[in-house]
Write a protein that binds this ligand. Sequence first.
Ligand code: XIL
Length: 435
Amino acid sequence: MRPIILFVVVVVSLLGWPSAAARRAARDGRADAGLQAWARQRDFYVGAAVAMQPFKDERAYQETLKREFNVCVAENAFKFDSVHPAKDRYNFAETDALVAFTQANGMKLRGHTLVWHKQLPAWLTQGSYSRAEAVSLLKDHITTLVKRYQGKIWAWDVVNEAVAEDEAGLRKNSFWYQKIGPDYLKLAFQFAHEADPNALLYYNDFSAEDTGRKSKDVYNLVRELKRQGVPLHGVGWQMHVDGDFKIKPAHRDNARRLAELGLEISITELDVRMPLPLTPTAATRQAAVYRDVADFCLRQPNCKALVLWGFTDKHSWIPQVFPGAGDALIFDADYRPKPAYATLQQSLQAAGTSAPKVTSAALNGEHLTVRGDNFGPGAQVLINWKRQRTESDKQSPAALLVRKVATLINPGRQVTLQVQNADGKLSPEYNFTLQ
Ligand code: XIL
C-alpha cells in the first residue's frame, strides 16, 4: 500500500465515516448516501443555510450540500438589503444562483425572509414614506420575489421575528410596524399568496418552540391570523440553542396545539453552540442535543423539516454573536463529520427503517380501513395530524380500522393520513379524497 492510500484509510477509519449505514446504503446503490438519503425514506427534509461566499469559493461546500441535504435556505441572499439594494433595483445574482443549484440537484429551497425588522437597506428605513407608500413598497418587494421564483420556493418565511421578546404582543421597533401598524403581517401573507398560491407560507421566530411567554404570543398571533382566514401554513422554530438544551413535554404540547390550528412546523435554524475550544466531551453532549431535536421532529407528525443554520464550523454566525461560543454545527472547519453528524444520521436512519407505510384507504360505510406495511402493535391512524381511536381489522391483520369516520371528515374533502407506530415511527403522508 502506498503511503498516501494508507493515510486516507487511517483518517477515514478514525472518523468512523463512511459509517456502516452509509456503506450499506452504498451497497444498495445509493453511493452518495448522505443525510438526505435517509430523510427521503420518510418524505422528510433535512437541510442547511447557505452562505454565498463559500458557496462560490469552496468546492467542498457545494459538494457537501448536494451529498447531505434535500433542502436549503439562504443565510442572507434573500434578505431585503441584499436582494433589493436600491428602490428601483433588485440584485438577483445570488438568489438566482441558489435557485438554479437547488433545482439542478432535486432539492427544495426555503425563502428567508420577505419581511423582517433587520437587514433593511437605508433607502427604505431612512426614506420618508406614508403608510400607503410603505404598503406599496411591501407589496412590490413581496410580489417581485415570490413571482420570480414561483414554483421554485417550497416555503417562504414571509414574516420573521414580529413578536416582541421583552413585552407582550408585536415588536414595535420595526420599520413595518411603525409605518403600517399591526396589519402589515396580514398584508404580507396575502401578497405572498397572490403571487404564488402553491407556496407554503411560514411565520418564523426564535423562542417560539416551547409554551413560555413568547411562544404563547406567537401562538396567539398565528391563531388570530388563521381565524381571519389569512393564508398561513406553518410556523418556523429557529432554535439557536446551546449544549444544555433538552426537548420537553412543552415542545410536544406546542407542536400539537399548532397542529390543531392546521399548521405545520419546521425547525428552521438549528445550531447548538458550545464553549470554545470544543472538547470531546462537549462534542458528545452536542451530538445528544442534535439527536434529541431530530427525534422530536421526526416523531411529530406536523414537523416537516429540520434545517440547520449552516453545516460547517468554518462558516457560522455564532462566534460573532456569542463571543466565546461556536463549533455549533455538524461538520468541523475541515468539513469532517463531528459526533453530531453521526447522531443525526442515526436518528434519520432509525425513523426511515421499518417505518410504517400506508398503501391504501377505503371507506366502508362509517368505517375507514387503512392498509399498509410495517404496522406495529398499537399503531395509530392520524387524520390531518389528529390521532384517531383505531382497531386492528379482524379480517386482515395488516389493516387498521377507524370507526365513525363520517363524523370526523366531510365527504369530498381531501385528507392526509399517516400511521404512527407505538415506537414513534411515522409513515409518509398518504393523501386521500373521501368520496
Ligand atoms: C444571521 C446570519 O447568519 C448572519 O450572517 C447575518 O449577519 C445576520 O443574520 N435569525 C434569523 C437569521 O432569522 O436570518 C439570522 O441570520 C440569525 C437569527
